[in-house]
Design a protein around this ligand. Structure first.
Ligand code: BGC
Length: 424
């Protein structure tokens, strides 16, 4: 019954054809690289993987994530990471709309106490930003429902320096802006310095979702002046839009801050999955197969996950609402959510496989493609990792003879941002 219902609203997992979606993904990636219209921004990061990390020099790191803003003063003692003055607060713009001055002041206040101790800042910015060859980053847009008025279009490094100058800082501090997928890739590489890999990918599935990989400069059609070497490309894969949307996807999209944008992210990432479950269960209520539940649009991914892990647990909104219903209804809700998770796993696997294939490496099992993975949803979501790995194994190893290493990393934003700042 759950599957038949999902099918009537176009939300069933098999609607995602793995091979066709993979082809569409690869095609969309190349279009983005060539500067043609594409739902994938394919942003050159002007950073390449590195195998040397300077020991002893201190750098400031900023990690502007989907939920939190973290800062620290970091150095490496040999290969060991040493973190000082660690601070954590809410990401500005996640608790209601703010303006540009408030946004940059928040960063400047956190950096101020460390500014005399370092000459470079590694700024991990988990939102789309165009990276300039000098390392600064221009904010393209906000995702994950963050609202910061007047910040889009501004240069992060330049504005941060200006905000620091207003607070009396005269020093010209260097700023290297990089996406969190790039820090993930760099951290996975730094974690196994002696491992010979064919190429590298960085993948995030947390509040938001995104992927980066290493591309040959000669293949970046929109940067014709570069033809030697390679660099990391931030694909902004959350924007992918060449998959079929179901009715709940359309409802969620219409109600979001940016309708039409970040469509893949809205189907798989933590910022949206709870709400997607809510809209789908609401459709089941409308169809008369589920009775009225006490849940609303604020249903979050964690509550859904807690319900899936222990369906009898009443410590979360969904479990509590379903505890009042019959076992049959609880089971129906379980299978509907399971279908949405299966669909998300199929899409996630296609996304990861496309990036691995796009590196052009991995045919030699002794030099696999390293895929660094960070993100709460990937590791913690109900029976998720197993499904993704199953699809990846089939799509890549079995059908295409491509070998890869999945490397889960922690604290990637801080480590990777420090590695990049030390490379300047
Ligand atoms: C952002 C990406 C980011 C990803 C994971 C997305 O919403 O657009 O830049 O890498 O979330 O944090």
């Amino acid at each position: 019954m759950a599957y038949a219902f999902l099918k009537t609203c176009g939300m069933h997992p098999e609607r995602i054809d793995l091979d066709a979606s993979l082809d569409a993904f690869l095609d969309e990636m190349q279009k983005g690289l060539d500067g043609q219209p594409s739902s994938l921004a394919m942003i050159p990061a002007y950073v390449a993987p590195t195998d040397s990390i300077e020991s002893g020099r201190k750098v400031i790191v900023i990690d502007a994530g989907g939920t939190n803003l973290r800062t620290a003063l970091i150095h490496f003692n040999g290969k060991k990471l040493v973190t000082d003055q660690f601070q954590k607060t809410k990401m500005p713009g996640t608790q209601g709309e703010i303006d540009k001055d408030t946004f940059y002041n928040c960063f400047a206040d956190l950096v101020l106490p460390m500014v005399e101790e370092a000459d470079e800042i590694g700024f991990c910015f988990s939102y789309p930003a165009e990276i300039l060859p000098d390392g600064d980053g221009r904010v393209i847009s906000f995702t994950k429902e963050v609202k910061a008025h007047g910040v889009e279009g501004t240069l992060l490094g330049q504005e941060l320096r200006a905000a620091l100058a207003k607070k009396g800082v005269t020093k010209q501090i260097g700023v290297v802006v990089l996406n969190d997928t790039v820090t993930t890739l760099l951290t996975a590489q730094a974690s196994y310095p002696t491992r010979k890999c064919g190429s590298y990918v960085g993948f995030i599935l947390g509040t938001g979702s995104n992927t980066c990989y290493v591309e040959q400069n000669a293949h970046i059609g929109k940067l014709p002046a570069l033809n030697e070497g390679a660099q990391i490309i931030n694909c902004e894969t959350g924007g992918f839009n060449r998959m079929p949307l179901g009715r709940a996807d359309e409802i969620l999209d219409k109600k979001s801050t940016r309708p039409g944008a970040a469509l893949l992210e809205k189907m798989i990432s933590g910022a949206y999955f709870g709400e997607l479950v809510f809209h789908t269960l609401s459709l089941a209520m409308e169809a008369g197969i589920l009775s009225e539940l006490k849940i609303d649009r604020s249903l979050n991914t964690k509550a859904v996950n807690d319900f899936m892990i222990i369906p009898e647990d009443t410590g979360n909104v969904l479990g509590a609402a379903l505890a009042e219903k019959s076992a049959k209804e609880r089971e129906l809700a379980y299978w509907i959510i399971n279908g949405l998770l299966e669909r998300a796993a199929r899409l996630t696997a296609v996304n990861m496989a496309a990036a691995i294939l796009k590196t052009g490496a991995g045919s030699n099992p002794m030099q696999p493609v390293s895929i660094g993975i960070d993100g709460t949803s990937y590791a913690g979501r109900y029976f998720y990792r197993e499904r993704i790995e199953y699809y990846l194994y089939d799509m890549l190893r079995v059908k295409r003879g491509i070998y890869y290493d999945l490397i889960t990393v922690e604290n990637a934003s801080l480590i990777g941002a420090a590695v990049a700042a030390l490379g300047k």
